[in-house]
Unconditional design. Structure first.
Length: 137
């Protein structure tokens, strides 16, 4: 069975989010994009739904948090090398993201990651693992 993954995130401005994530390599999926929601394809069957705050509030009776002030979850994307981790994060920082400084995540011979907060405060971690070293342990 094929499973698609759709993450939903509230954003202040869909056009600003679209420009930011297109520069990071995401592509717009027009069939699921509207005035209230921007669907972007990360890879194969993985999508991020960037949703206007007012529309996002209709999905739950809970308060919608300001991701600049609180974190409930983060998105982790794998990279093929340490260099690719740095490329992703450096590009995001150039586009206006803020780096999350978590020194312990950068260390270790078989794993390397860095993370950033996007323009709406959502945390994205970019991570590389040497699976051969991990499985050998």
């Amino acid at each position: 069975m094929k499973t698609d993954v759709y993450m939903h995130m509230s954003v202040k401005n869909l056009l600003v989010s679209k420009a930011f994530f297109e520069e990071l390599g995401f592509t717009t999926y027009p069939r699921l994009t509207s005035d209230d929601c921007l669907c972007m394809n990360i890879e194969d069957n993985i999508y991020c739904m960037f949703v206007s705050r007012d529309f996002f509030a209709k999905f739950s009776e809970k308060d919608i948090v300001d991701a600049h002030l609180a974190t409930e979850s983060l998105v982790c994307i794998s990279a093929e090398s340490r260099g690719e981790v740095d490329e992703w994060v450096n590009k995001a920082l150039f586009l206006g993201a803020t780096e999350n400084l978590v020194p312990e995540m950068k260390t270790g011979g078989n794993m390397y990651s860095r993370s950033f907060s996007d323009l709406d405060g959502h945390i994205w971690e970019i991570m590389w693992m040497d699976l051969e070293l991990i499985h050998a342990v």
